[in-house]
Design a protein around this ligand. Structure first.
Ligand SMILES: Nc1ncnc2c1ncn2[C@@H]1O[C@H](COP(=O)(O)OP(=O)(O)OP(=O)(O)O)[C@@H](O)[C@H]1O
Length: 300
């Protein structure tokens, strides 16, 4: 794998708080990765360390096999952070030209307009007169100005309306198709599922799951096989199988919880318990995610 980002045993402690605790992962070229987690999970702290804005208390971060703050690395990175700060007094075109001039291989202004939804009219506007949405588009254009290989967004869609959001993700996918590596943080499972090829699920400063959206979803939502069975039938032999997490009866049906429902079906037939009207159900994903991220520890 062509490694673009690697974190090895990275910890960040503030005076009384360990915000990120012994985190390790590697991101390869062309990946679109969501850092997903609730408030305070350590997403912004991790992103700030990747960008070289915060120094880890322990562990090592490498970007393109170099330290994050080195100039040759900075030239390859574009970023849009939560706080949008623009330079007052300058017009949008002047800001874009200024920032583009710092990079060896910048995109043209016209390309930035097409990618971000800024308009020719916006280019003539002074930064302090921009609306919130226009500021966000400018900030997006600044992230892309240097034609970066690695693009990092911290909660990029907060405050965006649906049209801007759709346009934003469309551009991100266009960038990914060109082989750019993209990392973004989000609170929303749905957003991570829609936009990312890989999710790093953060909780309490640690990565609690790392996989494709499908893998993460199947891990956090419980699946069950349910069926009718003769009330006299003993289900004890099913308990002997480690793939089965729980068995309970509700409204005359038996429910078997497991992350491997295919195996449960095999066992039901193998043990000849006479199951009728078999159904497979998947728990509500958003509920499972809420439960996971609101402090209940049992889901993962
Ligand atoms: N400069 C700081 N000093 C002290 N504690 C901090 C500092 N920055 C972050 N923290 C704490 O570290 C933890 C992780 O914060 P962080 O901002 O990384 O989380 P987050 O996942 O980005 O949350 P959010 O979604 O709310 O932005 C939080 O408990 C936060 O209060």
């Amino acid at each position: 794998m062509n490694k673009i980002v690697s974190l090895t045993n990275v910890t960040k402690s503030f005076q009384h708080k360990t915000a990120v605790n012994d985190v390790s992962f590697t991101i390869g070229k062309g990946e679109v990765v969501a850092i997903l987690g609730p408030n305070g999970a350590g997403k912004t702290t991790t992103i700030s360390m990747i960008l070289g804005l915060l120094k880890p208390s322990a562990g090592e971060i490498k970007l393109f096999n170099h330290q994050p703050h080195e100039k040759q690395v900075r030239e390859k990175i574009g970023t849009m952070l939560q706080e949008v700060s623009v330079m007052p007094g300058l017009k949008v075109r002047e800001i874009l030209e200024l920032i583009s001039s710092y990079y060896p291989n910048p995109l043209g202004i016209q390309q930035l307009i097409e990618l971000t939804g800024l308009t020719n009219q916006d280019l003539k506007t002074r930064a302090e007169k921009l609306s919130g949405g226009q500021k966000r588009r400018l900030s997006f254009a600044l992230a892309l100005a240097g034609n970066p290989e690695l693009i990092i967004f911290d909660e990029p869609t907060v405050g965006m309306d649906i049209t801007s959001r759709n346009r934003f993700w469309q551009t991100v996918h266009q960038m990914a198709a060109q082989g750019k590596t993209i990392i973004f943080s989000t609170h929303y499972l749905q957003e991570a599922d829609d936009a990312a090829g890989r999710i790093l699920l953060f909780k309490d400063g640690a990565v609690v799951a790392d996989g494709t959206p499908a893998q993460i979803k199947s891990r956090i939502s419980k699946q069950s096989v349910s069926f009718f069975v003769d009330p006299e039938m003993s289900l004890e032999k099913l308990y002997l199988h480690s793939e089965i997490d729980d068995i309970y009866r509700k409204n005359n049906r038996v429910y078997i919880q497991s992350s491997n429902t295919d195996r449960v079906l095999e066992l039901i037939f193998q043990e000849k318990i006479g199951a009728r009207d078999i159904q497979i159900e998947r728990g509500k994903l958003e509920e499972a995610f809420e439960q996971l991220t609101s402090g209940a520890k049992e889901a993962i």
